[in-house]
Design a protein around this ligand. Structure first.
Ligand code: FE2
Length: 354
């Protein structure tokens, strides 16, 4: 279920005339003004007023450089930069922070992440000169990075990132490999035997929480309840995952589960409040095994719940959180599904160790 084929690289495909800049700033007036000035300075300018849109435009437009504010709603500039770094398409695009924040801590944090940190207000001639200087400076490094990135589009590379999510999210070590095997086993048992369906399901299950790479550790591992603002951030992780994976040819068909694994049968999930059969079958299967594995796993704040009791909880959520028909199948064929999945998981662990 792995694919190491080389793929098109949108970065190398882009041969710029005028350097293309993506400017991300929530202040529409500032954005309009700076875009006009930079256009006059011979840049091609694309604009976005928030980080989520900015990430999408970075992926589709492959700008030569991103000029970005820090304090923005939805995602801060720092979070956008982190999300860009974990996407093979955008990870080598140089970023310059352009912000009113002029305290030492912000500047140091910004400079540790980006190519440059420029404080507002800034003279447009100086800004254009600094951007051109950065573009010259990164050209050699970019070329080297692009050559190296050609090797990074494999599913193996993404698996390493999924493991790093597990390490960040201390509650779920081993979760991704178990749920990937269990999801595929349940799907097969329900009669879904098409190879490409199962392969995409396996990859999507493995990478379901990869968008958490963009969530700050202090939110991800907060011991108490999350604030409304922190929840808003957490709810971004399926969208971040979808943006990341949909631009990678070998993974673009595996985005269903990462994007929709928090949707619910009754429509009360997120991010798109899908309901019933609007949710693809791969996702309806995955959500059952995802919760089942969480219930049967020991976590710092709870003991593992027995298989029998976990199955009871899953059954009680049929028609609410889960597809009732898929739950019924899982419950009816429970023992054979669990033992087949454990066999697969052991084979996987041995192959990784070998
Ligand atoms: Fe998630």
């Amino acid at each position: 279920m792995e694919d190491n084929k080389s793929v098109d690289n949108p970065i190398t495909d882009h041969i710029p005339g005028n350097p293309k800049l993506l400017v991300i700033d929530d202040d529409a007036n500032f954005l309009f003004g700076i875009s006009r000035l930079l256009t006059k300075a011979d840049f091609t300018v694309i604009a976005a007023t928030d980080g989520v849109t900015g990430i999408a435009k970075a992926q589709s437009e492959c700008p030569d450089l991103i000029l970005m504010d820090i304090n923005m709603p939805k995602m801060t500039g720092f979070q956008v930069k982190k999300a860009l770094e974990i996407d093979p398409v955008t990870q080598f695009i140089p970023v310059v922070f352009l912000t009113a924040l002029n305290d030492d801590a912000s500047m140091l944090a910004g400079l540790s992440l980006a190519e440059d940190y420029i404080t507002k207000p800034v003279d447009s001639t100086i800004l254009a000169a600094r951007i051109k200087s950065i573009l010259r400076r990164v050209k050699t490094g970019m070329r080297r990075a692009i050559i190296e990135s050609d090797k990074s589009f494999s599913f193996e590379r993404f698996k390493q990132w999924a493991y790093s999510v597990e390490m960040m999210d201390e509650r779920s070590v081993g979760h991704t490999t178990r749920v990937a095997n269990l999801a595929v086993t349940l799907a097969k048992s329900m009669g879904y035997i098409d190879d490409s369906f199962l392969e995409n399901m396996y990859k999507g299950s493995f990478l379901h929480d990869i968008g958490k790479l963009a969530i700050p550790d202090k939110v991800l591992n907060k011991p108490g309840p999350l604030s409304a603002e922190e929840w808003e951030l957490m709810r971004q992780h399926p969208l971040v995952a979808s943006h990341m994976l949909s631009s990678v040819p070998i993974l673009k068909n595996a985005t269903e589960i990462p994007l929709m694994h928090h949707e619910r049968w009754d429509g009360k999930g997120y991010p798109n409040h899908l309901a019933g059969e609007q949710i693809p079958i791969s996702v309806r299967i995955f959500t059952i095994v995802d919760v089942y594995d969480a219930l049967t796993s020991k976590r710092p704040y709870k003991e593992a719940i027995s298989e029998e009791n976990s199955l009871q909880i899953i059954r009680s959520l049929a028609g609410k959180q889960f597809d009732p028909a898929a739950v019924e199948h899982f419950a009816t064929h429970f023992q054979e599904i669990i033992s087949e999945s454990e066999k697969l998981h052991q084979q996987y662990v041995q192959s990784e160790a070998g």
